[in-house]
Design a protein around this ligand. Structure first.
Ligand code: CA
Length: 485
């Protein structure tokens, strides 16, 4: 009996020791919470990176990651321009539902608006589950204090709050100084000094290089710590103004078109940054531990040097060229290497997917428009089978819409009749099949109308004139948008 008791006791001790050992090991994030690095470009065209077919812009660092990861051929952002697209990325909701369907006006501090605080950002969710969180680059979701990145789940912010910025510090600093001396009250946001956590900084490097440098610094500072990190690297390149760096421009002298030459140089600078960042992850032993996602916030501007081939139209459009973007995932051993995922996915899916990967708790009652795609992605199945993915853009007095469902796309532009395309056969949206499939089109459009009823009135407009036009035309009058003639 005594022997038996001793045996039991030693078992308990052994089990306790094993338990203690595992408890000590469990915070080891290598097996728990991955780092998440989102590299977002601004207005980058579908065909402006090597991994998506670009012939004139070499992007070796991006191509290498894409090759060792999975390329998404049908990645959609939730709006064809900046502000609402980024809103959806952070909130997991269609921007229209929360009144953020227009860009904030330049120098939005003057109207005091921003993405409603009632929407918990994914950064807050990750921060609360132990992540060290950072954003570097462009924000564009509210410039006053309460909407500041540091108040929206980001421990670190280095960059600018508005919708864009000039690239050469010696030039934008001189222009800023001149206006300051003139006594200009509101100085155009593209010229403002950069900031680090609310404090003005004196940046001296070409902007894209500065953001890459800060991303490397963030990785070096956080990678060795216990906590995982979430870094949202939000390059403003290659958004206008088209200002390539001199040494990069020299590599592209063979490109005759000046806009394209500058644009190519700007994308090349991003690629150089991604190379430095990848090396920093490797040096810190974190590359295996990091999900890297690279994408653009909307389609490229073909009038500003971009190329969206084979997609139709460009930034701002509800055609594919407006909101289908180049994208890849990279995570050694976790994301399949050398593959292409062709089913449609949306940036609305990021929020629930990141939360699941991070084993983070999404606040109770938080509404999300996307879904966790991870298992479907790994099993090569369609997360959005028979389900609509929308894009909707208000114009002056009317509305453009795109509805993707499996291989089908219903399209309404420029007050024309609804069209229907089979994207698997016709990615360029050339052959209208609405007359061959009237019932399918009708059901997609009807569902779209139902979805539109969940929208809110805009909280702001990108300029006063747009607001006046909205009221004058009694927008959004969705009954006209979703009518099939
Ligand atoms: Ca953009």
């Amino acid at each position: 009996m005594r022997y038996r008791r001793f045996y039991l006791l030693s078992s308990v001790i052994a089990l306790t020791a094993i338990w203690a050992f595992h408890s000590k090991q469990s915070p080891d994030r290598k097996n728990e919470q991955p780092n998440i690095l989102v590299v977002l470009c601004d207005d980058l065209g579908y065909n402006d990176v090597g991994f998506n077919g670009s012939k004139d812009i070499p992007t070796p660092a991006l191509d290498k990651l894409a090759k060792n990861g999975t390329i998404f051929s049908s990645a959609y952002v939730a709006h064809p321009f900046c502000g609402p697209s980024r809103t959806s990325l952070m909130t997991g909701r269609y921007a229209h539902k929360i009144g953020a369907q227009f860009n904030l006006p330049p120098n939005s501090e003057t109207i005091g608006e921003g993405v409603p605080l009632s929407e918990t950002f994914i950064s807050t969710v990750l921060q609360k589950s132990g992540y060290k969180t950072g954003i570097i680059g462009k924000w564009h979701l509210g410039a006053i204090q309460k909407y500041h990145p540091n108040n929206r789940g980001f421990d670190e912010f280095y960059g600018f709050l508005g919708g864009g910025h000039n690239y050469h510090p010696e030039q934008f600093k001189a222009a800023y100084k001149k206006q300051k001396e003139k006594g200009t009250e509101v100085i155009f946001e593209y010229l403002l000094p950069l900031e680090h956590n609310g404090k003005e900084v004196d940046e001296t490097e070409y902007l894209t290089d500065a953001f890459s440098r800060e991303a490397v610094r963030f990785i070096n500072n956080t990678a060795q710590k216990k906590n995982p990190f979430f870094l949202y690297l939000s390059y403003n390149a290659p958004h206008t103004p088209l200002e390539g760096k001199k040494e990069d421009l020299e590599k592209f002298m063979h490109i005759k078109d000046e806009k394209r030459r500058n644009y190519a140089a700007m994308v090349y600078a991003v690629d150089r940054g991604v190379d430095q960042i990848t090396k920093a992850l490797e040096a810190n032993g974190q590359l295996e531990n990091t999900l890297i996602i690279f994408l653009s916030d909307n389609g490229g501007r073909t009038d500003a040097g971009a190329n969206n081939f084979p997609l139709r139209e460009s930034k701002g459009s509800t055609c594919e060229g407006g909101y289908r973007v180049p994208m890849f995932f990279h995570w050694p051993g976790k994301v399949p290497a050398g593959e292409t995922f062709n089913f449609p996915v949306s940036t609305l899916d990021f929020y629930p997917t990141f939360a699941a990967l991070a084993k983070a708790n999404v606040p109770k009652g938080k509404l999300l428009d996307g879904k966790n795609i991870w298992e479907d992605f790994l099993h090569k199945t369609n997360s959005h089978e028979n389900q609509n993915i929308y894009v909707l853009r208000h114009r002056e007095g009317y509305t453009d819409v795109g509805i993707r469902n499996n291989e089908w796309k219903a399209l309404k532009t420029n007050q024309n009749n609804w069209k229907l395309y089979n994207l698997n056969k016709d990615i360029g949206e050339n052959q209208d099949l609405s007359h061959e499939n009237p019932e399918l089109l009708k059901s997609m459009v009807k569902e779209g109308e139902k979805w539109s009823r969940s929208h809110s009135q805009p909280r702001w407009f990108h300029d006063e004139q747009t607001g006046i036009e909205w009221l004058t035309a009694q927008m959004p009058h969705f009954d006209q948008t979703f009518r099939i003639d």
